[in-house]
Design a protein around this ligand. Structure first.
Ligand code: ADP
Length: 226
């Protein structure tokens, strides 16, 4: 059976002044259904670049992103957006919640864009927020929430449309160690309970050890860590 997500010979380079800065150099990676993988690498190594390419937010200079055996390279931007909306959830280091909406509305909006009725979106949104232990803050706006609460709402939003893949870019990087551990546990529990596959960039080795696999980036290659 094909892997859920494959990165095949991915090249990514930027122009730095006039010389190319090679970030990914024929990098290869497979994510299996239900698997959790930590991406551990120093700042500037290319973690965000890798996640953006895997999440179809950015196109590589070469190579292919293959989802369930289907190549995504030659798809139109509209098709890539549709896949992203239905199949891929993204969590960033900073929550990026919409400030003028409540926590619950932030989780409802992607579901309503995907065609759910308001009441259905509200039901599922509240269930997710409750699961992440932030249900009691559903009617509050992001500015009224703590950093840990904001990230839990952002996680609920990322999985609101039941994606198959969760990509997270240092989702607890802005939080103090205790809150970070708490939010990470909540994220890991949700991922396992819903059978999601996840690729999570983190600096925190003890959090990374809780994942099924660990990978890093070295000289543009993706390397498996013990
Ligand atoms: P990380 O997430 O591991 O900190 P990034 O993927 O953000 O790393 O960046 C990898 C490298 O690519 C960094 O040196 C960064 O400065 C460079 N970079 C990222 N985006 C661009 C861009 N749009 N143009 C030029 N260089 C970039």
């Amino acid at each position: 059976m094909a892997s859920l997500l494959q990165l095949v010979n991915i090249d990514r380079r930027y122009l730095d002044s006039d010389k190319p800065l090679v970030i990914l150099d024929k990098a290869n990676f497979s994510l299996e259904q239900g698997q959790t993988v930590a991406l551990v690498a120093p700042s500037g190594a290319g973690k965000s670049t890798l996640l953006h390419i895997a999440g179809l937010l950015e196109r590589p200079n070469g190579g292919d992103v293959v989802l369930r055996g289907h190549s995504c390279s030659n798809l139109s931007d509209n098709d890539r957006t549709a896949i992203r909306r239905n199949d891929i959830g993204f969590v960033y280091q900073f929550h990026h919640l919409l400030p003028e909406f409540t926590a619950l509305e932030n989780v409802m909006i992607p579901q309503m864009i995907a065609g759910l009725k308001r009441s259905e979106a509200a039901d599922r949104g509240l269930k997710l927020l409750t699961y992440l232990r932030v249900g009691h803050r559903a009617k509050h706006r992001p500015s009224e929430l703590s950093g840990g609460e904001q990230q839990r709402v952002a996680i609920a939003r990322a999985v609101a449309n039941a994606p198959s893949i969760l990509l997270a870019d240092e989702p607890t990087g802005n939080l103090d160690p205790v809150t970070s551990a708490y939010v990470f546990q909540a994220l890991a529990a949700l991922v396992r309970q819903s059978g999601l596959s996840a690729l999570i960039a983190t600096h925190n080795l003890s959090l990374a050890k809780q994942m099924d696999r660990r990978i890093t980036l070295k000289s543009g290659k993706i390397i498996e860590l013990p």
